[in-house]
Design a protein around this ligand. Sequence first.
Ligand SMILES: [Zn+2]
Ligand SMILES: [Zn+2]
Length: 448
Amino acid sequence: MRQLSGFGAKSEAKMLEGIALYRRARGERKLLGDVMPVAAALLERVKAAPGVVRASLGGSVRRQAETVADVDIIASAPQAGPVLDALANAPGVATVLGKGDSKCSVRLEAGDLQVDLRVLPDEDFATALHHFTGSKAHHIRLRNLGHERGLKISEWGIHRDDGTKVPVKDESDLYALLDMQYVPPELREDTGEFEAARAGTLPKDLVTLEDIQGAVHAHSTWSDGRNSLEEMALAAQALGLKYLTVTEHSEAAIYAGGLKEDDLKRQWEEIDRINAAIPGVRLLKGIEVDILESGALDYADSLLEQLEVVIGSIHVRHGMDEDQMTRRLLAALDNPCLQILGHPTGRLINSREPYPVRMEEILERAAERGVAVEVNGKPARLDIKAEYVRLAVKLGVRLVVSCDAHQKEDLRNLAFAVATARRGWAPKGSVLNTLPASRFISALRDRR
Ligand SMILES: [Zn+2]
Ligand SMILES: [Zn+2]
C-alpha cells in the first residue's frame, strides 16, 4: 500500500485504524440513532396488540447507550400469545429466531437487528423491565444490596428469604425497598449512582426533551444543508420549538459551502422575512465558524459581534498532536466572540477516533471564560460524550444540546443530545437552550 503514490506511512496507519474501527462496528454495536426509530415503531405495534397492559423498551436502548447490540421489549398482558404474534408478524421481520410461551425473538431485514420480546403477567412487569434494562454492573450492586436486606432480586421478581414474593408495582417501589432514590435508566451503570441515590443526592431535575425550548446548530441550503431556511423553520414550528439557531459554515469551510460575509448579510434579510411570516418560532442569526489551525476564528470579530449565536468548531487539521490541539482550542476559548464550542472532540462513532486533546483543561477554561460547550446529538457524533458531560457539569460549564441538523428530519437529533446530557447527569439548569430565546441570547453573550 505504501507503494501507491501519495500514501505515506502515516496515511497507511490512519487507514488501518479506520479499518479496525469499521470491523469493530460491523455486526457488533449499532448507533442508537439508527436503532431508535425502528425500536419505537415496534414498541407501538406491541402496545397495540390485544390485551397489552404495559409495554416498554428495555436494555441498552432504554438506557440510551451510544451504541446498542439489539432491542429488548417487555410487555404485560393476561395472554402472551397474541402479543408475541404481533412481533412475529411485524413488517420488516426477516426471520423468527424462536418463539416460546412468553418470549419471541426475531431478526429484522433492516440492519441485521435482533429484537427480543418478553410478555409477562402485569404483577411481574416492573421487576422484569428492571431486569432487562440492565446494566449488568448496576444489577450486581443492586442484588448485593438486596441480599443485605434479606431480599433476593432476580428476573422472576423480589423474594424474601422465606420464599414469599414482594409486590412491586413499578421501578420506584423497587428502589424504595432498598432505601434509595429512583435511578433513571440512563444512570444505571454503577458509576456512582448507588452512592448518590442512597445519600439522596441524585439530580432530581435531570434535563428532559420537554425542557428544551430551542434547537441549536442547524444548516440549510445556504451551506451544506438539504432544506431551505423556510422548511427548517416550519419543521421546528411543527415540533413545538420556540427557536432554531441558523449556524451555517464559515468561509474557510469551502467543502461545506461556507459563507462569505456578503452571503451572511443576505441570509439575515431572508431570516427577517421568515421570522415575520412564520409565527411561534424564531430563527436566530448565527454561524458555525471554523476554528483555524492557530485557534483564530474564521471571521473578523466585527462580523461575529453582529451575530446572535456563534458556535466555533474544528473541521480540518484533525491530525495535530495533543499539545497543539489543546493550545488551538484554548486560544479559541479565549476569543471573546466565541459563545459555544462545537463538537469538541471531533469523533465519529465507529469511524473516526477523537483528536487528542486534554479535555479537562478545555472544560476548565470553558467554565472560566463562560463559553458554553455543545452536546452534539448527531447519532455518529454525540460529542461531548456522557463522561465529559459529567465532568463539565462538575466544573460548572454551561451546556447546549444541539441537533447539528443538515435536513429537517435531523431536528429529532435533539433527543439524542438530551439522552447524552442525561447520561452525564446534567440538570436542566446547566443547559442554556432550556431558556426562552431572549434569555438564551443574553446568556450566550455573558462571556468572561
Ligand atoms: Zn461542525
Ligand atoms: Zn454543523
